[in-house]
Write a protein that binds this ligand. Structure first.
Ligand SMILES: [Zn+2]
Length: 260
């Protein structure tokens, strides 16, 4: 999957008189109204090199679970039901990690301690699920977990079961409802720590680069979003509606349109 990132060079801009005219002139020269296409990657760091060789890195503000959910939905739109279920499931797993992080931060766990412990469970989703169950128990809240959906997912991912589009939509709807309702709950009860988890997400790449390298934050409108989370209408749209809307999302540059 490719995404469009900004092709404006702030380094070039810093070498001008930094006036509005200079900004417009440079924007025109760089053709910056058009997105630069890069392949979406796991490190969440996307590089643009301007004609003068300045490197700009863009990271997405969206969390892994949000991106994976969109990838799953695009796979579903393209008819790859098995791949869609697999990515919806990955989205759910990464959301559980996010949830456990937020609750841990709220319980005064340091990021270092969290990271160290997570390393011992990072490769085993059953351990992660167990941690989630126990946290929910301690919060006196339901797990919202549907065991039938979990066995369906296992059949698809491990046994080669080819799901129908109806089954894939039903599974995707389950994941969508699960994550949205939990996000809303976290926003109501632990907003400060949601923000802290977002800050941690955006700080991950900082350590990998020297201070001279500019990292900009980009944002993509994803199906699962925290935008408008306070509103009554938050999360009311169905997956079927979202599947239609994501076709119009111009930030995703479909491979079919270009050669890989
Ligand atoms: Zn430049």
């Amino acid at each position: 999957m490719k995404i469009g990132i900004s092709s404006f060079c702030w380094e070039c801009f810093s070498q001008t008189d930094q006036s509005k005219e200079a900004y417009d002139k440079l924007k025109n020269e760089l053709n910056a109204d058009l997105d630069f296409e890069v392949e979406l990657n796991n490190d969440n760091i996307h590089e643009f090199v301007c004609p003068k060789g300045h490197r700009t890195f863009t990271q997405l503000q969206e969390q892994k679970f949000q991106i994976l959910f969109d990838i799953a939905s695009m796979a579903l739109n393209d008819g790859y039901t098995k791949e869609a279920v697999s990515s919806y499931s990955s989205s759910l797993e990464r959301f559980l990690e996010y949830y456990i992080l937020v609750i841990s931060l709220r319980n005064s766990v340091s990021l270092d301690d969290f990271t160290r412990t997570w390393k011992q469970m990072g490769n085993q989703s059953e351990r992660q699920l167990g941690a989630y169950f126990i946290l929910r128990l301690q919060e006196s809240k339901p797990t919202n977990w549907d065991e039938k959906k979990a066995s369906f997912r296992n059949n698809v991912v491990h046994k080669g079961y080819i799901p129908s589009s109806e089954e894939a939509i039903e599974y995707g709807q389950y994941v969508l409802t699960f994550i949205r309702s939990m996000l809303k709950e976290l926003n109501d009860t632990s907003k400060e720590f949601l923000d802290k988890a977002t800050f941690i997400h955006l700080s991950k790449n900082g350590d990998k680069f020297s201070d001279k390298i500019r990292i900009s934050n980009g944002s993509i409108p994803t199906i699962i979003s925290v935008r408008g989370i306070e509103s009554e209408d938050y999360g009311k749209s169905t997956l079927r509606e979202e599947l239609l809307s994501i076709k119009e999302n111009g930030f995703y540059k479909h491979f079919y349109r270009r050669k890989i």
